[in-house]
Design a protein around this ligand. Structure first.
Ligand code: SF4
Length: 444
């Protein structure tokens, strides 16, 4: 747990001299606890107290950058306590004993494996190049993958000489080194420090993993990812250890294990088990998952799950209010009103697209609430719709004066007509009925 103001106060010099800019040490301690000032403003902190305070100010779990991805850095055990910060990253393995053509195809496919849901694009995040042969073949394959994909890389081998050949080619993009083990940790850590890349440390045994973490730290490597071989354990054991490791880092502030944890499923696990373990790992508490292989049909639900887990539970997902063209509307195309809750927008927009009737979607600022919730909370009112009509200059873009409102807010019709002078048409209650409704509207 982070230090309280009282804990910090106990470590201060208690001179109440005011040199730090506030009149008392207690006031300074309170500001420090709230991160409103810096320790360096007090000239009387002893070196021992400074070290204690600086250590306690470190985040409980280190955030590690792999390429342009951030993993870890989590502060909570439960999402509802605040939010989870960096979505679980998904990596797919390419083994270097495959034919070049297959490697090129696979790298391109993984690069393109992207899904969009409620405006968030998600997919495969990294490619793990796995050495099966010698250093020359490994470096050739790293080059092939790098040239055919923009995804960050994981370099996988037990041999530091092979890893170094890969690092010589791609260290600028900060690939993840996999892995430092009992036999090679110092050499791998050396490479991580020399090429300034993150390092995975791997052991089946938690005490050994702690020793490896200390070796890496001793070599000056701060960016570490932990692999306790949980991908090979039973689902129950994997979940138990993922929970223990998260608890140790965010609740107990146990620094040697205060790093992101990975789940390596590239161990012959069948594809169904990989998907199930990955779902558990995404929910609790894997920061990185390596798959041997996974087809889009299984990856898509995982990315959807990940999006759900890593959205901020205290912030509604919204789209910007405005007038959106769906298809290629002309001056006679219908204008349809909706709310700016993201899920509402994307559902209505895709139902309009499905109708093949181009339309304009007038998205009213309902502060991210859905239609009925916004109506109940007075966030979707005739005045707000009239204001949106005005603000987004809808009258300048169409020749008619007809506005389709959701069937659930039919009671706004009269007042909206009075306010705007537009004919208000009460549309369907459920967006799924829009395709049929719009086709009928177009033939009227
Ligand atoms: Fe206390 Fe240091 Fe501030 Fe003086 S400068 S009041 S000793 S915290």
């Amino acid at each position: 747990m982070p230090m309280t103001a009282l804990d910090i106060f106990k470590l201060l010099a208690k001179k109440n001299c005011g040199e730090c800019g506030v009149p008392t040490c207690l006031a300074f301690a309170m500001m420090l606890a709230n991160k409103q000032t810096e320790l360096s403003k007090c000239p009387y902190v002893s070196p021992e107290a400074a070290q204690q305070l600086e250590t306690s100010a470190l985040p409980p779990m280190r955030a590690v950058a792999v390429g342009d991805l951030q993993v870890g850095g989590e502060t909570e055990l439960f999402r509802h306590e605040k939010k989870f910060l960096n979505p679980t990253a998904y990596a797919m393995v390419i083994e270097d004993d495959l034919d070049d053509e297959i490697i090129v195809d696979r790298a391109r496919q993984l690069d393109a494996m992207k899904y969009e849901r409620i405006g968030i694009v998600s997919g495969v995040d990294l490619i793990a190049v796995k050495a099966k042969g010698d250093a020359k073949r490994f470096s050739d394959v790293v080059t092939l993958v790098k040239d055919n994909s923009g995804l960050p890389l994981v370099l996988m081998s037990d041999d530091p000489l092979i890893i170094e050949e890969g690092l010589k080619l791609v260290s600028k993009s900060k690939p993840l080194i996999y892995a430092g083990t009992v036999g090679n940790c110092a050499s791998m850590a050396n490479l991580a420090r020399q090429y300034m890349c993150p390092l995975t440390i791997y052991s089946d045994d938690v005490d050994e993993l702690i020793s490896l973490s200390e070796i890496a730290k001793g070599e000056g490597v701060e960016d570490v990812i932990l692999d306790l071989n949980l991908g090979a354990k039973s689902l129950r054991d994997a979940l138990e250890w993922l929970t223990i490791l998260r608890r140790l880092s965010v609740k107990k502030l146990f620094r040697p294990l205060g790093y992101p944890v990975m789940l390596n499923l590239d161990n012959g696990t069948d594809i169904e088990t990989q998907a199930i373990k990955a779902a558990i790992g995404t929910m609790k508490y894997a920061s990185l998952i390596i798959f041997g292989n996974l087809d889009p049909a299984r990856l898509y639900p995982l990315t959807t799950l990940r999006t759900n887990i890593y959205t901020d539970p205290q912030a509604l997902i919204q789209v910007n209010p405005g007038l959106y063209d769906i298809g290629k509307p002309n001056r006679n195309s219908p204008v349809i009103v909706t709310a700016n809750f993201s899920l509402t927008y994307f559902t209505v927009a895709s139902d309009i697209e499905a109708s093949k009737v181009p339309a304009r979607l007038l998205v009213v600022d309902t502060e991210g609430l859905s239609v009925m919730t916004a109506f109940a909370a007075d966030k979707l009112t005739p005045e707000k719709i009239a204001q949106a009509l005005e603000e987004y200059k809808v009258a300048e873009k169409v020749d008619h004066r007809k506005l389709v409102i959701p069937g659930m807010i039919a009671m706004l019709k009269m007042k909206l007509e009075d306010l705007t002078g537009w004919e208000v048409i009460v549309g369907v209650k459920d967006s799924s009925a829009l395709p049929k409704y719009l086709k009928e509207l177009a033939t009227e």
